[in-house]
Ligand binder design. Structure first.
Ligand SMILES: *Cc1c(COP(=O)(O)O)cnc(C)c1O
Length: 392
C-alpha cells in the first residue's frame, strides 16, 4: 500500500541532505563544542555557522539566537524567563485563546501563581484583533504573546501591527513562529519582535532542537542552570548534530520557500475546493487565501467523528490529524475551534491535512477520490445523520 503523509504540521521527515550532514557530527566530529582542543573547536565552528543560518531566516543577528530542545522549551523560556526577569515591573500578561499548549499552559500556570492573565478572543476565522490587543494593555503589562500562524487552522496573525503597539507601549512581545518558519517571511526587526520561538522538526530538521530569538538588550532569566552555554540562557552540552542539522534545514527552507509555496498553495486550494464540492455538509475552518498557511487544510465534516475519519483514512494509507490530536487520549474538541465559535458537535468532526515537500497532485487526487466514500459510509451508520436527514 502506498502511504500518503499529510500531517506535516505534527512533524516532517528529516531532509536527506540534513541527515547526511548530521551523521558526520555524530561519528566523526564528536567533540564537545566547549573544549578548547581541535575536536571541540571543529564542532564549535559548525555550531556558529548553524547560528548564522538560523538567524538569517528570521532577520536576526547570530548572537541573538539561543538554541533549545525545541518549540516547547523556547516558548517556556520566553514566557517564564521574561516573568522571572521582569517580576518587579508588573504582573499582567496577554495572550490569545488559540495558542499552542506550550504557550497557553505556561501562562495558565503563572495565572495560578499570582499573575494576571488576559486571554484574547479570536474571530470566526481564527484571527486576533489588533484593537483588542491594544485595549488589553495596562501599565503593569509585561508580556504579550501571539503566535504567527496557528497550527490547527493555519490562520495568520497581524504580527507586525501588534509588534508596533507592543513596542510603543514598552511591553515585550513574544511570537511562537513554529508553524510559519520556512513558510512565511519573518523579519524580527521590521515586525518589532522581542522573542521568537522556532523548532527544527517542523521544517525538515531533526526532532528535539529549536531556538529562541532574544532581541539584543532584552533581559530574560534562564530556566536551566549549569555550564553557562548559550549566553547562560540554556546550560547543558549543546546538541551539536541536531543544531547543525537545524541550521542546514533553515538554509534549505530559505532557498526553497518561494518555489515550494507555489506548489503548496495550489495543492491546498485543490484539496479545499474538492472537499467542499464533493462532500455535502462540510465547513472549512480558518481563513482563505494568503491569510492562511500555504500547507493547511482544516474542515469539519458534520455527522461524523474526526477520530473515525482518521482511522478510516489510515486504513487506506492516508495520514492526517483531527482536532484532538495534540492531546491524544483526550477527546475534548480543539480549543482553537471552540475559540472560533464552532460548536462542540461540529468541532468533533474536524480533520486537518497539512501538506509538505514530498506531496504530489496524485496524493490530493487520491484523497479527493476516497474521502467522500469514507464519509458516506460513516454517515450511513450515524443515527444523528439519519434523523436529521429524515426531518428535512
Ligand atoms: C509543534 C509546535 C510547538 C512545539 O514545538 P516542539 O519542537 O514540538 O516542542 C509549539 N508551537 C507550535 C505552534 C507548534 O506547532
Amino acid at each position: 500500500m502506498k502511504r500518503i503523509y499529510l500531517d506535516h504540521s505534527a512533524t516532517t521527515p528529516v531532509d536527506p541532505e540534513v541527515a547526511e550532514l548530521m551523521m558526520k557530527y555524530y561519528v566523526e566530529y564528536y567533540g564537545n563544542p566547549s573544549s578548547v582542543h581541535f575536536f571541540g573547536r571543529q564542532v564549535k565552528k559548525a555550531l556558529e555557522e548553524a547560528r548564522e543560518q538560523v538567524a538569517q531566516l528570521i532577520g536576526a543577528q547570530p548572537s541573538e539566537i539561543i538554541f533549545t530542545s525545541g518549540g516547547t522549551e523556547s516558548d517556556n523560556l520566553a514566557i517564564q524567563g521574561t516573568v522571572r526577569a521582569r517580576n518587579n515591573k508588573g504582573k499582567h500578561l496577554i495572550t490569545t485563546a488559540i495558542e499552542h499548549h506550550a504557550v497557553l499552559d505556561a501562562f495558565k500556570y503563572l495565572a495560578k501563581n499570582g499573575y494576571d492573565l488576559t486571554i484574547l478572543p479570536v474571530d470566526e476565522e481564527g484571527i486576533v484583533s489588533v484593537e483588542d490587543v491594544s485595549k488589553a494593555i495596562r501599565p503593569d503589562t509585561i508580556l504579550i504573546s501571539v503566535m504567527h500562524a496557528n497550527n490547527e487552522v493555519g490562520s495568520i496573525q497581524p504580527i507586525a501591527e501588534i509588534g508596533k503597539i507592543a513596542r510603543e507601549n514598552g511591553v515585550l512581545f513574544h511570537v511562537d513562529a513554529v508553524q510559519s518558519l520556512g513558510k512565511l517571511p519573518i523579519d524580527v526587526v521590521s515586525m518589532n519582535i522581542d522573542l521568537l520561538s522556532i523548532s527544527s522538526h517542523k521544517i525538515y530538521g531533526p526532532k528535539g532542537v529549536g531556538a529562541l530569538y532574544v532581541r539584543r538588550g532584552v533581559k530574560i532569566s534562564p530556566l536551566v542552570f549549569g555550564g553557562s552555554q548559550e549566553r547562560k540562557l540554556r546550560s547543558g552540552t549543546e546538541n551539536a548534530p541536531g543544531i547543525i542539522g537545524f541550521g542546514k534545514a533553515c538554509e534549505l527552507a530559505g532557498l526553497r520557500m518561494e518555489e515550494e509555496n507555489k506548489k503548496l498553495y495550489y495543492l491546498r486550494d485543490k484539496l479545499i475546493d474538492g472537499i467542499l464540492k464533493k462532500i455535502p455538509q462540510v465547513k472549512l475552518n480558518g481563513p482563505l487565501g494568503d491569510k492562511r498557511l500555504p500547507n493547511n487544510v482544516n474542515v469539519s465534516i458534520k455527522y461524523v467523528e474526526g477520530e473515525s475519519l482518521l482511522l478510516s483514512l489510515d486504513m487506506i494509507g492516508v495520514a492526517a490529524s483531527s482536532g484532538s490530536a495534540c492531546t491524544s487520549g483526550s477527546l475534548d474538541p480543539s480549543h482553537v475551534l471552540l475559540a472560533m465559535g464552532i460548536s462542540h458537535e461540529v468541532a468533533h468532526g474536524s480533520l486537518r491535512f497539512s501538506l509538505g515537500r514530498q506531496n504530489t497532485e496524485e496524493d490530493i487526487d487520491f484523497v479527493l477520490q476516497e474521502l467522500p466514500k469514507i464519509v458516506d459510509r460513516l454517515r450511513a451508520m450515524s443515527p444523528l445523520y439519519k434523523s436529521d436527514a429524515s426531518s428535512v
